[in-house]
Design a protein around this ligand. Sequence first.
Ligand SMILES: Cc1cc2nc3c(=O)[nH]c(=O)nc-3n(C[C@H](O)[C@H](O)[C@H](O)COP(=O)(O)O)c2cc1C
Length: 236
Amino acid sequence: MKKEKKPIGKKQKPFWGSYEKKRPPSRKIIEKVEQPPHEKVAWKPGNMIYPLPVVLVSCGDLEGEHNLFTVAWTGILSTDPPFCYISVRPGRHSYDLINRHQEFAINLTTKSLARATDWCGVRTGKELDKWSEMHLTPVPAKKIKAPVVAESPVNIECIVRETKELGSHVVFLAEIVQIQASRDYIDEKTGSLNLEKAHLIAFSHGKYYELGKRLGNFGYSVEKKKTIKKRRTGGS
Ligand SMILES: Cc1cc2nc3c(=O)[nH]c(=O)nc-3n(C[C@H](O)[C@H](O)[C@H](O)COP(=O)(O)O)c2cc1C
């Protein structure tokens, strides 16, 4: 049987009714209520994938031409074989060096390398020795002739396998042929690399950020609670 609706008496005023009486809603409140929850604004197509890594790319095979420049348009493309890319504007001094020698190294950047990372991205190696200006140490790579940055926690040596011209930028598709990781971040017992201790930085919409709080480990969303607890407490 259907229940009869009680007529709204004095005591049962609708919420908004009593609210309106006490304090008429301001324009601001009305707008807030009327807006859909995820309203978007149309934005011009462009660079909007963030956050990005921001790395120092070292290049130039010959003594006296070793250079460094900052790259945010970079990423991994394949695990096996390990492939990555950097996207470079042909006007860059570094572009000529990479194009000529077909190799480069990606050096991960940290909080303490943040200033040098920005600086190497706004000055050209055509006129300056960025290594000495930023007090960075070039050390020999293992598989390529371009040097790597000693102060960076991870150096990734790459050989260009393919070049793709896209317009403003040219993409160097490169095979990762060697990685050097700083012993400071390697757990002696397990042999694992604790990169969270390196204070890596990222780039997002024109700003640099130090990586912050860890939200979870790979696959944590499907992990059993017991396993998570075990890992947190270090239990076996
Ligand atoms: C945060 C940041 C990210 C950058 N990312 C790229 C990039 O992905 N590709 C590129 O060609 N230039 C990039 N640049 C610009 C070059 O690093 C910059 O033009 C540099 O001065 C080139 O140095 P070079 O003339 O010694 O080669 C970036 C600069 C900054 C500051």
